[in-house]
Design a protein around this ligand. Structure first.
Ligand code: HEC
Ligand code: HEC
Length: 229
């Protein structure tokens, strides 16, 4: 009985439940598979306009293990986004591991990220403290590489991603990740009970975006520079 419970908990908590997670990534091999990714992820502040308008996320310096999980979720449709679903769908497990290793290896900022970030708006502090258990106190040094770095990510992308965890029944938008759904839109008596209202979600996204962190635009020129150093 106890073992069954533990197993269930382990399954719920497992952030990555895919084969792709077991494949070892090779950044060198990845460098030869990312030409098309630069078209969107390699241009600072580049905007996507379908199905919604917002900036393409920064993936330079993001955790590899997290990117593997994200790409796997686009591929399986647990994360919806027409272009990323199409792109991830064309990648094998090995491709995913390689491109994730490559983008994760983009140089971090020269200055170390401070352990303690500027305080969030007081009204949000208690609810944001919960997030630190995974995303880290400074939202950059995550407690496990399966969780994404959020510090310095584009605010409009963060807002869209947070709302995606509250979205059902839309063919083009929505994320079914159980951990984040529980954080942002837990079900209470069969009804979704949002942790933050719309105005607060915007404040959360703004705050996280304002923090110093490792994330950067994965531009081709940056790569050549760090490679030639
Ligand atoms: C047409 C533009 C476009 C191209 C090309 C593209 N992406 Fe994306 N990518 C996006 C957008 C937009 C998102 C955010 C989607 C969403 O809202 O979930 C995204 C999300 C991601 C994420 C998740 C980021 C996060 O913080 O969760 C990863 C990882 C990623 N892309 C990797 C890649 C890789 C690797 C390639 C090349 C093989 C690639 N992308 C090519 C537009 C693009
Ligand atoms: C138990 C661990 C855990 C906690 C606590 C947690 N998260 Fe997450 N978070 C995750 C995981 C895992 C993902 C990736 C989910 C996926 O694959 O879509 C994620 C993804 C996200 C994303 C999307 C990032 C991106 O690049 O697409 C945002 C934004 C986010 N979390 C914000 C928060 C906020 C705000 C809180 C607190 C209210 C929080 N998280 C609490 C584990 C956690």
């Amino acid at each position: 009985m106890k073992n069954t419970l533990l197993l269930c908990l382990a399954l719920i908590a497992a952030p990555v439940a895919s084969q792709a997670a077991d494949v070892k990534g090779d950044a060198g091999a990845g460098s030869r598979k990312v030409a098309m990714c630069y078209g969107c992820h390699g241009i600072a502040r580049y905007q996507t306009d379908f199905p919604q308008v917002y900036k393409v996320p920064k993936i330079g310096g993001q955790n590899a293990k997290y990117m593997v999980a994200a790409l796997d979720e686009y591929r399986s449709g647990q994360r919806k986004h027409p272009s990323m679903q199409g792109i991830a769908g064309s990648l094998s497990d090995q491709d995913i591991a390689d491109v994730a290793a490559f983008f994760a290896a983009f140089d971090a900022k020269a200055a170390p990220v401070p352990e303690t970030p500027p305080a969030p708006p007081a009204a949000l502090a208690a609810r944001l403290a919960v997030c630190e258990a995974c995303h880290g106190k400074n939202f950059n040094n995550t407690t496990d590489a399966a969780y994404p770095k959020l510090a310095g990510q584009y605010a409009d992308y963060l807002l869209v991603s947070l709302k995606a965890y509250m979205t059902d029944n839309n063919p083009r938008v929505g994320r079914s990740n159980a951990i984040m759904r529980g954080m942002i839109a837990p079900e209470v008596d069969g009804k979704m009970k949002p942790t933050f209202n719309n105005a607060e979600l915007k404040q959360v996204a703004q705050y996280l975006s304002s923090l110093p962190g490792d994330l950067k635009t994965a531009s081709e020129s940056e790569f050549h520079r760090s490679a030639s150093r």
